[in-house]
Design a protein around this ligand. Structure first.
Ligand SMILES: [Zn+2]
Length: 67
């Protein structure tokens, strides 16, 4: 996947490697967990859950694994 220059230091979400400022890295959308819009009493019905995603930094190795 396409990488870009890190404007600050990051930590790879996948392998926890430090990504230094100026290195190539990528932002990859990952599922972070579940969230619900259910505001009533528990239990929350299955349909009210949705996964939430966020773009987390990935190092060049994880963004473009060499096979
Ligand atoms: Zn990595």
């Amino acid at each position: 996947m396409k990488t870009k220059k890190a404007m600050q230091g990051y930590k790879c979400y996948s392998c926890k490697t430090k990504i230094k400022k100026g290195e190539q890295y990528a932002r990859k959308s990952v599922v972070l967990g579940k969230t619900t819009i259910w505001a009533h009493e528990t239990p929350t019905p299955d349909w009210a859950w949705e996964t939430y995603r966020s773009a987390m930094p990935h190092c060049n190795n994880c963004a473009n694994p060499t096979l």
